[in-house]
Design a protein around this ligand. Structure first.
Ligand SMILES: Nc1ncnc2c1ncn2[C@@H]1O[C@H](COP(=O)(O)OP(=O)(O)OP(=O)(O)O)[C@@H](O)[C@H]1O
Ligand SMILES: [Mg+2]
Length: 414
């Protein structure tokens, strides 16, 4: 099934003259055996995409599929095997896959990803994929197997906002670190490989310390890896937060200004001195804490314990104490600041996956969001159950209706 969109009241041609074809956007998306989709193929223009349909239709699933065109575990943080399409009474089917043609300022690129059906050990596939438990995700770029998920971030930047993130400021720091790291990927694609290497060394060190008979030289080399990567991670996060802060400061419009902060020992050292000194402190600190870390099973400090903080500036209130709507508005403000920065620095805004965002905004903020998306030339993907929430995008976006695992032009009855 190959589908292109309805454009609301305007003809597609009427849209193309108000939008440039430059930027970063999906021209084609193919999802196979992905949750409720046996197969769906979309042909797209550069404009924002609106997906409407009833609850359970498959809107978020499409956004999740796109999120796998970037490093990590997707916008639901799901187990890879959970995503394979299941049908009642049938055995779990073949592994899911997502493929897309991405239009970039440098030209079209083909990206693909999917669950590795093979064994986790040996062969090309294990090298090409990043482990998530025993499951592995294969990555292909321009038809060839890529060595890691970082290859995706080198081509495409994807950020998202989902209803599950409503609790981001109230819940544990790990969600905020993941949120920030995804923003960092946009500026620094190596950040994803760096974080994976750090976490691998952290886990391996914890395993050796727990076993009680790890080779001291091997543990020291893991700590060395944690020190160099850990400081690079903290430095990349700090640089991103500083730039985001400036972009937030310059923003106009109804979204609240956020005062951002990054808390953590390594960040403090970096603020107070050179990176090499921070590496030495982290290396020495880890070596000195082996006994405690053996008991606790982790590592007492390092960038895996840092935290992103945000304050609603005009109210002077920490984000976690703001109303749900205010917290969402703060997150949107941060994402828009990020998109503006990427547009300036890399020539294209990221893909914005905005799941059920429009329904929760008041009319002024909704209009401002649409205005920003159009101004940025971003291919934002917006979902909702009520088509009326997207009236402000008529003629400026491509509209699809999603129903029971099928996608079609919004205007057509199917
Ligand atoms: N592995 C799977 N195999 C088959 N179907 C699945 C699988 N995982 C989830 N689903 C189904 O996919 C359907 C669509 O889910 P999705 O979250 O995309 O809906 P939605 O359109 O975003 O709905 P809502 O408006 O409620 O958010 C759900 O009915 C869900 O049960
Ligand atoms: Mg949904």
């Amino acid at each position: 099934m190959l589908i292109s969109a309805a454009w609301g009241d305007a003809e597609p041609g009427a849209v193309s003259h108000v939008r440039t074809e430059a930027g970063l956007w999906l021209n084609r998306l193919l999802v196979t055996q992905f949750r409720c989709y046996a197969q769906a193929e979309l042909r797209l223009a550069a404009a924002p995409v609106v997906l409407t349909g009833p609850n359970g239709a498959g809107k978020t699933n499409l956004l999740e599929a796109i999120s796998f065109l970037s490093p990590g575990r997707g916008l639901r943080g799901a187990r890879l095997s959970e995503i394979d399409r299941r049908t009642p009474g049938a055995e779990a089917g073949s592994p899911w896959a997502v493929a897309a043609t991405v239009m970039t300022p440098e030209g079209p690129r083909d990206l693909g990803s999917g669950r590795d059906p093979g064994q986790a050990s040996g062969g090309h596939s294990s090298e090409a994929a990043n482990a998530s438990g025993r499951e592995r995700r294969l990555v292909r770029v321009d038809g060839a197997a890529a060595r890691g998920q970082q290859a995706l971030a080198e081509v495409l930047s994807v950020v998202w906002l989902t209803p599950q993130m409503d609790g981001l400021f109230r819940e544990g720091a790990s969600g905020r670190r993941r949120f920030l790291d995804r923003l960092v990927y946009g500026f620094d694609p190596e950040h994803s490989a760096r974080c994976n290497a750090y976490e691998h060394a952290l886990r391996e060190r914890a395993r050796l310390l727990k076993s009680g008979h790890g080779d001291a030289a091997w543990i020291a080399s893991l700590e060395d890896s944690m020190a160099t990567r850990g400081v690079a991670i903290a430095a990349a996060r700090l640089a991103t937060v500083e730039r985001l802060q400036r972009a937030c400061d310059e923003a106009e419009g109804p979204f609240p200004k956020a005062d951002l902060g990054l808390e953590g020992a390594v960040e403090d050292w970096l603020r107070g001195g050179p990176a090499l000194a921070a590496e030495d402190r982290l290396r020495e600190g880890l070596a000195a804490r082996r006994r405690q870390d053996a008991e606790s099973g982790g590592a007492g400090f390092g960038p895996h314990r840092s935290d992103l903080t945000a304050t609603h500036r005009s109210k002077g209130i920490a984000a976690e104490l703001c109303s749900t709507g205010e917290q969402k508005a703060l997150l949107i403000a941060i994402l828009l600041a990020h998109a503006r920065l990427l547009t300036l620095e890399r020539g294209a805004a990221p893909l914005l996956l905005l799941d059920e965002v429009a329904a929760h905004l008041d009319a002024a903020r909704r209009a401002a969001l649409y205005q920003e998306i159009i101004g940025l030339g971003a291919q934002a993907w917006l979902t909702g159950t009520d088509a009326a929430d997207f009236d402000g995008l008529q003629g400026r976006a491509q509209f699809f209706a999603v129903n029971d695992g099928a996608v079609g032009p919004a205007a057509a009855a199917f």
